[in-house]
Ligand binder design. Structure first.
Ligand code: ADP
Ligand code: MG
Length: 214
């Protein structure tokens, strides 16, 4: 039910491997993930599947959010449970649902996430400016998130995921809410991240061509 594939060159071979090993997840005795095995390293990966297939559950487990499963997630051959905070710092996560921290301004949200990630406020100031600029939301930095359009909110979600220079970024349907222009924008940033900065990108999408484009 999922399709994943790897870019066709050697890019990313130096990156640590992310492995999902024999994952099984049930909700109320209903099996959502049944012995899922995946290996990813350094490329752009797409997870495709119909609604309810378990995609969000799978990446929820991969970012160490969802608990109570069997099997394991390995990062560089170590169980993420053992790595704990050291692992979570290396991961950028863009959740499927918007609507978090709506009462914060964009800047407040970025500062807050920085603290959650254990980054020092003083040290991330420049990085935050850089990310907001890169995602074209610097001019709305002081606006409340609740007042932004869906496309703008999506950029904020991406910006917070990129805080702390993660090794890989996992995005749950990042373009679903966007118009074609916003979609192209998000895909351009993902492409740059992977090509220039070697960030591993894991993308859930309904659009197979997006994975190929990135
Ligand atoms: P997808 O992202 O592929 O649409 P999900 O991972 O969100 O799929 O959901 C997979 C299945 O697990 C669905 O049937 C969903 O209803 C169920 N599910 C997801 N989260 C929960 C939860 N917290 N409690 C109970 N069932 C859940
Ligand atoms: Mg989902």
């Amino acid at each position: 039910w999922y399709g994943g594939w790897k870019s066709d060159d050697e890019r990313g071979q130096h990156m640590k491997k992310i492995v999902a090993k024999d994952l099984v997840k049930e909700y109320n005795k209903k099996t959502v993930l049944s012995h899922v095995n995946i290996e990813m390293q350094g490329g752009v990966y797409g997870l495709l599947g119909p609604n309810g297939a378990g995609k969000s559950t799978l990446i929820g487990i991969m970012v160490d959010g969802i608990q109570n499963y069997s099997g394991e997630i390995l990062y560089g051959n170590e169980n993420i449970k053992k790595l704990g905070k050291d692992y979570r710092k290396r991961v950028g996560y863009v959740p499927q649902k918007q609507g978090l921290y709506e009462e914060f301004s964009v800047l407040e949200c970025m500062n807050y996430i920085a603290v959650l990630k254990g980054l020092k406020k003083r040290e991330v100031r420049e990085e935050i400016t850089y990310l907001l600029e890169r995602l074209h939301i610097l001019d709305v930095a002081s606006r409340k998130i609740s007042t932004l359009s869906g496309g703008m909110k999506q950029r904020v979600l991406m910006a917070q995921a990129l805080l702390g220079d993660p090794d890989f970024i996992i995005l749950d349907e990042p373009t679903a809410m966007l118009d074609p222009h916003g979609r192209a924008d998000v895909m351009r940033v993902l492409h740059e991240l992977n090509r220039k900065e070697g960030v591993t990108v894991i993308l859930i999408t309904h659009y197979m061509e997006e994975v190929v484009d990135a």
